[in-house]
Design a protein around this ligand. Structure first.
Ligand code: NAD
Length: 310
């Protein structure tokens, strides 16, 4: 049986650390602040915005909400970024994407002050990460590494012994999760393989995942990782978040009181089948997502210290 890693508990410990550090800064007259930039009203981004606001409140950060309408032009969005860049109360800026189609992602991201780029979107910061010296390692992949670091520490395994030469396979090659997760693992001297949708299309996914000591999955495909794709004794980190219908014994969708299909949140890993084969595994819900926001806030604290010459 695999150990189900308690990521909620890790998130709670991290929040206590953040609160303590924020109080110490406030005693010196310094308060960290995060600004989110949401253009229009994308549902997922609105949910994320609300979470950032809640966590800022919990940690004692100041929160700034920039939410221009969807028909604002690109120059208008860049003006907002420039205002946030110049505001000393704003330690970190988080653009919430997707932006409306007429606004270029890179134009907005490139206008963010690199010292306020707390989710490592700017090419300068992603370049530093690729070189092995990240200032702001991106939140989700950092959460993966934080979970692994704490697992190794709990088992009394030296961090170098844990990562160096370990076979780490990342499934997913997005710029926000898969690729940076691979860089962070490579920076720890793991042997890193990145598999993705084209690996699956060639029928080669198992060829790679079966060699993984540590399998990091970020594909956004419920049930992608079945037990036959996982090595006995692997550590599995499931980053995926998917909404699926709840099914009855006949495989038909269960309806709620409004007659709509009931849904539940699952990861990319077939948890019930895979868990018995693993040494350790993260669940969904209650997994990586419980740590991600804390990593973003840790970066904002760092940005605040940089801005104050600390
Ligand atoms: P994305 O859509 O940008 O990228 C998905 C990646 O998965 C691509 O690189 C693609 O090649 C790969 N992929 C798709 N189908 C595949 C298949 N059949 N076989 C192998 N690889 C396949 O998504 P993303 O932004 O990288 O997010 C990935 C997942 O992680 C999503 O479910 C997302 O909701 C979740 N996520 C979770 C957190 C968290 O904090 N837990 C944060 C961000 C994203």
């Amino acid at each position: 049986m695999g150990q189900v890693i308690d990521c909620v508990a890790i998130g709670d410990v991290l929040m206590k650390e953040l609160v303590a550090e924020t109080e110490a800064l406030k005693a010196k007259g310094i308060t960290p602040g995060i600004a989110t930039l949401l253009v229009g009203d994308d549902f997922g981004s609105k949910m994320y915005r609300g979470q950032v606001e809640k966590f800022c409140e919990e940690a004692g950060f100041v929160y700034f909400n920039e939410n221009p309408p969807a028909d604002v032009d690109e120059a208008g969005v860049i003006e907002i970024v420039k205002k946030l860049n110049a505001d000393p109360a704003v330690s970190g800026i988080l653009p919430l994407r997707p932006f409306p189609e007429h606004i270029s992602d890179s134009a907005v991201i490139n206008s963010i002050d690199v010292n306020k780029d707390i989710d490592c979107f700017h090419p300068y910061n992603s370049g530093k990460m690729a070189l092995g010296e990240p200032t702001f390692p991106p939140a989700t992949p950092s959460a993966v590494i934080e979970i692994l670091d704490r697992y190794a520490a709990e088992k009394g395994i030296d961090n170098k012994d844990f990562y160096e030469g370990a076979e780490i396979v990342v499934v997913g090659h997005s710029n926000t999760v898969g690729k940076p997760a691979a860089f962070l693992a490579l920076n720890r001297n793991a042997t890193v393989t990145v598999a993705h949708v084209f690996t699956s299309m060639k029928g080669n996914l198992g060829k790679h995942t079966l060699g993984a000591d540590i399998l990091i999955v970020a594909a956004g495909k419920a049930g992608l990782i079945t037990a036959d794709l996982v090595k006995e004794g692997a550590i599995v980190i499931d980053v995926g978040i998917n909404r699926v219908n709840v099914l009855d014994e006949a495989g038909e969708p269960v309806l709620n009181e409004k007659g709509k299909p009931k849904t539940r949140t699952v990861g990319d890993v077939d948890f019930d089948a895979v868990e018995p084969k693993t040494k350790a595994i993260t669940p969904v819900p209650g997994g990586v997502g419980s740590v991600t926001n804390r990593m973003l806030m840790r970066n904002a604290l760092k940005a605040c210290k940089i801005a104050n010459g600390m």
